[in-house]
Design a protein around this ligand. Structure first.
Ligand code: TXA
Ligand code: MG
Length: 332
């Protein structure tokens, strides 16, 4: 393909039927077909898409993100029919797909022998992570492209995931071909990842609460054995600080200290310094949607420490606390 300097920004925020959106989606699909890198919105976070069957495009994607090549990617498809061409679905996989797709759930399944996804995208594993996003623009792009699109979160490796087009540009401007803009992401944390390679196992808490999945399955999800977490399927614990801002993060802070910035949840204590509240009314859905943009905003303010108030662990609180723990982990 002809490589244009810089990153083109195309708008899809006027709705799926607007001429501008139709043009943006068509251009993005053509760019993917040519082996290009396209950032696009999903309901969870912005993804950085590449043609899943195009090894060279995937190599460029790892380079653009600065991502360790052993971390496998999620294949995004338009629906369950397309997903069945990539992976073997057992009864529980069918049940979860029927209940939660499209939506913020990724299933890790045995890959089919004839799965066309490039081995590089799967880091050589025999399993494949698949997701059907519900975001209108993601769906339009997958329909127009007509094949699987691998898409990690559209941030430099180790940074927090992007929930707005501005976050994507801050990390990747000039390193990717195109970004399709359609506002902030409604969910705000990445998809929940469930492995169905044995007893159903929660690999990453995310935008779909564990309790909803367990209700549909009729039994509890296992937790991953150490060394099998989402960020380190092959290399135990290596990327514990994956979601790190530059500032130090102090968790379960009931009172902020002088010089800190406060990331509040619910009723915030009176404080002279910078305060951003994940959800003044203590709503976990609102808190998830604000998590990464508030972390980025406090980090951009240049504070050395972000004090984070306690967040309850139920529902989306499991994913929020997981991301906060990673943000607070010692940097590699
Ligand atoms: O919400 C999301 O899932 C976003 C949007 C863009 O779809 N994507 C996302 O991708 O968060 P990424 O690459 O940042 O995270 C995908 C995670 C990685 O931690 C990877 O290790 C795990 O999925 N993963 C992918 N394939 C896997 C597999 N076969 N087995 C176990 N884990 C896998
Ligand atoms: Mg990521």
């Amino acid at each position: 393909m002809t490589v244009e300097p810089g990153t083109r920004v195309l708008k899809a925020s006027a709705g799926p039927d607007a001429a501008e959106t139709v043009d943006a989606v068509r251009a993005a699909a053509a760019c993917l077909k040519a082996g290009g890198l396209v950032a696009f919105p999903t309901e969870t976070v912005y993804g950085l898409g590449a043609d899943a069957c195009h090894g060279e495009a995937i190599a460029r994607l790892y380079a653009a993100k600065g991502r360790p090549a052993f971390n496998p990617l999620i294949a995004h498809v338009a629906g369950v029919t397309a997903a069945r061409r990539l992976a073997v679905f057992d009864a529980e996989a069918e049940t979860l797909a029927a209940a939660f797709w499209p939506g913020p759930l990724t299933l890790v399944l045995p890959k089919r022998p004839d799965c066309p996804v490039a081995a590089l995208a799967l880091a050589g594993l025999d399993s494949i992570a698949i997701r059907v996003p519900s975001h209108r623009t993601a769906r339009a792009l997958l329909d127009a492209f007509g094949g699987p699109v691998v898409a990690p979160s559209a941030n430099r490796s180790g940074h927090v995931s992007p929930t707005t087009p501005a976050h994507v540009l801050a990390d990747l401007r000039g390193r990717i071909d195109l970004i399709v803009e359609d506002g902030p992401c409604a969910v705000g944390v990445e998809s929940t990842i469930v492995a169905l390679l044995g007893p159903p196992t929660l690999l990453r808490p995310g935008g779909l609460p564990r309790e909803e999945i367990e209700r549909v399955l009729g039994h509890a999800l296992l937790n991953p054995a150490p060394g099998e977490t989402d960020d380190a399927p092959l290399a135990p614990g290596m990327l514990a600080s994956h979601y790190a801002p530059k500032a130090r993060v102090r968790l379960d802070a009931t009172a902020p200290r002088e010089g800190e910035a406060l990331l509040a949840f619910g009723d915030a204590p009176a404080f002279d310094g910078t305060v951003l509240n994940l959800s003044p009314r203590g709503d976990l859905i609102e808190a998830a949607a604000n998590l990464f943009s508030h972390l980025r905003a406090l980090d951009a303010a240049g504070v050395t420490t972000i004090a984070v108030m306690p967040v309850p662990h139920e529902g989306l609180g499991e994913a929020i606390n997981d991301r906060l723990a990673r943000a607070a982990a010692p940097k590699p």
